[in-house]
Design a protein around this ligand. Structure first.
Ligand SMILES: Nc1ncnc2c1ncn2[C@@H]1O[C@H](COP(=O)(O)OP(=O)(O)OP(=O)(O)O)[C@@H](O)[C@H]1O
Ligand SMILES: [Mg+2]
Length: 262
């Protein structure tokens, strides 16, 4: 097994391309084990692309990406093995609509283990309990509120006890109360289960209070890396423009014309 004193995630000199376009360049990042890291940045800046490099969906055009003490492999079998160690909560929940909450949570266990049915049922119960939803086991996704569905997706991401959790916009579409529930759950699970968490989000004010570190991505680079307090007091114009939501400034919003056309 990989040594546990290595960082949970380490990127060095990484460049990530999509087609012929470079989305991120010169990326250096270390995520210490046990920490919660917020990845912030405007829409289209490459936050989801960064996560894709961690899960091996996107092979870096240059540099090295290490996850849980090993270089992200390209061979399919080794990659699947590594991915068992990464719990992913996708932008959108990705729940299967014709399965109950419990069956959705059971999916990764059925796919990746040969555990007997009673053990799977017990594990599912425990995961649903961890997100406060044991009573919702037999409900279908359409019978769940947005916040409950997000928690079921969270329970499913936790099913295989992954040491690393990555969340892509976990608060999208949730009201402030449900957002608070999800954020405190993410934080509590991180601490009680001894996980490492990476939270991609544009919900700065909800996320920074639970984060140990924050990075800001803009103009294809990491433009800030530090503690939430350092972020709040940053005078960097790029960081300020993002934090204060200013439309004009050093961040080029190249996605804006597309949004107008839509
Ligand atoms: N599969 C893909 N193929 C080609 N281009 C892509 C693909 N995924 C993302 N891109 C491009 O990469 C850039 C970064 O996209 P990405 O999804 O990483 O942004 P993001 O920061 O996650 O944005 P958002 O906050 O809106 O989710 C965008 O210009 C996007 O068009
Ligand atoms: Mg995204």
């Amino acid at each position: 097994m990989p040594e546990s004193n290595t960082p949970a995630v380490r990127l060095a000199d990484v460049r990530l391309d999509r087609g012929t376009r470079t989305v991120l360049r010169d990326i250096a990042l270390e995520v210490p084990r046990g920490s919660v890291t917020a990845v912030l940045g405007p829409s289209g800046s490459g936050k989801s692309t960064l996560l894709a490099a961690l899960t091996g969906e996107l092979v870096p055009a240059a540099g090295t990406v290490e996850v849980l003490g090993q270089r992200v492999p390209q061979r399919k079998r080794e990659l699947l093995e590594l991915r068992k160690g990464i719990g992913v909560l996708l932008q959108g929940n990705g729940l299967l609509t014709d399965l109950t909450a419990a069956e959705n949570v059971a999916l990764p266990l059925r796919m990746h283990t040969r555990l007997p049915e009673p053990v799977i049922r017990r594990l599912v119960e425990m995961k649903l309990h961890a997100v406060g939803l044991r009573a919702a086991a037999d409900l279908f996704p359409r019978e769940l509120s947005g916040g409950m569905a997000r928690r079921v997706a969270l329970a499913r991401a936790l099913a295989l006890d992954p040491p690393l959790m990555v969340y892509d916009e976990p608060l999208t579409g949730l009201d402030p109360i449900a957002s608070g529930v999800i954020m405190s759950l993410i934080s509590r699970l991180n601490d009680t289960l001894g996980l490492t968490s990476i939270i991609v989000t544009h919900h700065v004010h909800e996320t920074l209070p639970v984060a140990d570190r924050a990075i800001v991505i803009a103009n294809a680079r990491i433009v800030f890396s530090g503690t939430p307090a350092e972020l709040q007091s940053s005078t960097d114009p790029l960081v300020r423009q993002f934090l204060d939501g200013e439309p004009d400034g050093p961040i080029a919003f190249d996605a804006a014309p597309q949004e107008r056309a839509a």
